[in-house]
Design a protein around this ligand. Structure first.
Ligand code: ZN
Ligand code: ZN
Length: 341
C-alpha cells in the first residue's frame, strides 16, 4: 500500500488507491493540519464519499477538480458518509448534496449535536460558553475572545447510522464502527471486502486527535475513557490498512491504536502525580496551565487555551472516574483534588 508522508497541501495529489477507492486531498485554509483526505468508494449507484472537506471555495474547487482528475464527477456522488460533524469533515457535505442529490449520513449522536447547533440562538451559544469558561476558572480576557467566535453549523444529515450498520453501498460491505471520544458520534468505516478502515480523526499516523469534554465540568460522560475504549475496539478488528482523514495512509491500525492508548495512559499518570503533589484543589484552567502542550501555555491563543482546557478537563474526568481524584463542589468554580491515599 502506498504511503504518503506528511507534506504541504501543494505537494498532495489525488490518488487511485486501487480496489475502487480513491483519495482527494482537500485544503483547510489557514489551518496547520493542511488538508482533509476525502475518500471516494466506487459503487454502481455512483461514488460514495467518506467525508467532504472544509466549506471554502478553494476546498470545493480542489474536491471537484480532484474527483474529475480521477475520472469521477461530483454530480454523480450517491452519498456522503461523515465520520464526525467537525467542519473539516462535514463542511462541504451540504454543497455536495446540492450538486448531486446525494444523501448525507452520520452517527446518530453527532446528528443530535448538529440539530442542537441549528436550534441554538447565537446569544444562547455565547451564554453557554461564557458560563462554562467561568466555572472552569478562565481569565476574563479569554472568555471575551472565545465567546466571540461561532462556527457555521454543518448540513443536517438525511440518514443516521448506529454501530454495526452497513452503509448503503451496493455490491460492497462498508460497516460503521462507533468510535466515540473525539466526538460522541465519531465513526470509523470498515471496508470489510478490502481489509481497509477509514479512520476519520480517530486514529492518525503521527498526531493524536483532540479529546475534550464540553461543558468542561460535566460529570455524566467520560469522553477520554470512551476514546481509550474506542482505540481497543479498533485494535480488535485485526490487521487493517488505515485510511485516515489527515496526514497519510498507513498499515496496521491496531499497532498505532495501541501506541495512542499508551500516550494517554502516560499523560493520565503524569497528571495524577501532579495533582497528588498539590495540597490545594485546582481549577480546570489552573490544571491546563500546568500540563505540557506543544507550546508554552502563555503563548497559546485564547481559542487554543479553551481547547487545551477541554483536554485537561477530559483527563481530570477520567481520573475522577477511576477514583484517583475527586471534584470539590461548592462556590461558582469547579475544582479537583487528589484523593488521599
Ligand atoms: Zn475532528
Ligand atoms: Zn479532522
Amino acid at each position: 500500500m502506498k504511503t504518503t508522508r506528511r507534506r504541504p497541501y501543494a505537494e498532495q495529489r489525488p490518488q487511485d488507491l486501487g480496489g475502487g477507492v480513491w483519495s482527494v486531498p482537500v485544503p483547510i485554509p489557514g489551518n496547520p493540519l493542511g488538508y482533509t483526505l476525502v475518500y471516494a468508494v466506487d459503487s454502481p449507484k455512483g461514488p460514495l464519499l467518506v467525508d467532504a472537506g472544509w466549506n471554502h471555495p478553494d476546498a470545493w474547487q480542489a474536491l471537484t477538480q480532484g474527483l474529475s482528475t480521477l475520472g469521477l464527477d461530483v454530480s454523480a456522488v450517491s452519498g456522503v458518509v461523515v465520520t464526525h460533524f467537525h467542519p473539516d469533515h462535514a463542511g462541504l457535505a451540504g454543497q455536495v448534496r446540492q450538486e448531486s442529490g446525494a444523501w448525507i449520513a452520520m452517527h446518530e449522536a453527532d446528528a443530535a449535536l448538529v440539530r442542537l447547533m441549528h436550534n441554538l440562538a447565537d446569544s444562547d451559544h455565547r451564554d453557554f460558553q461564557a458560563d462554562m469558561l467561568k466555572r472552569a476558572g478562565a481569565e476574563e480576557s479569554d472568555v471575551q475572545v472565545v465567546t466571540a467566535a461561532r462556527p457555521e453549523p454543518p448540513a443536517l444529515p438525511d440518514r443516521e447510522l448506529r454501530d454495526g450498520d452497513l452503509v448503503d453501498l451496493p455490491g460492497r460491505k462498508l460497516r460503521a464502527v462507533h468510535t466515540p471520544g473525539h466526538t460522541p458520534g465519531h465513526i470509523c468505516l470498515h471496508l470489510e471486502d478490502a481489509d481497509r478502515l477509514f479512520t476519520g480523526d480517530h486514529v492518525l499516523p503521527d498526531i493524536t486527535p483532540h479529546v475534550g469534554i464540553y461543558p468542561y465540568d460535566r460529570n455524566d460522560v467520560d469522553p477520554l475513557g470512551d476514546f481509550l475504549d474506542s482505540l481497543d475496539r479498533v485494535g480488535e478488528l485485526g490487521t487493517l490498512d488505515a485510511l485516515p482523514a489527515h496526514e497519510w495512509i498507513f498499515p496496521d491500525v491496531a499497532a498505532r491504536a495501541a501506541e495512542i492508548r499508551h500516550h494517554h495512559e502516560d499523560k493520565l499518570q503524569g497528571l495524577g502525580a501532579l495533582m497528588a503533589e498539590r495540597a490545594e484543589p485546582l481549577t480546570i484552567w489552573e490544571t491546563a496551565a500546568m500540563m505540557t502542550w506543544n507550546r508554552p501555555w502563555d503563548d497559546l491563543s485564547p481559542m487554543l487555551r479553551g481547547m487545551a482546557a477541554g483536554e485537561a478537563a477530559a483527563h481530570l474526568r477520567t481520573l475522577e472516574a477511576r477514583g484517583v481524584i475527586r471534584r470539590v463542589s461548592g462556590g461558582d468554580v469547579t475544582r479537583f483534588q487528589a484523593l488521599e491515599s
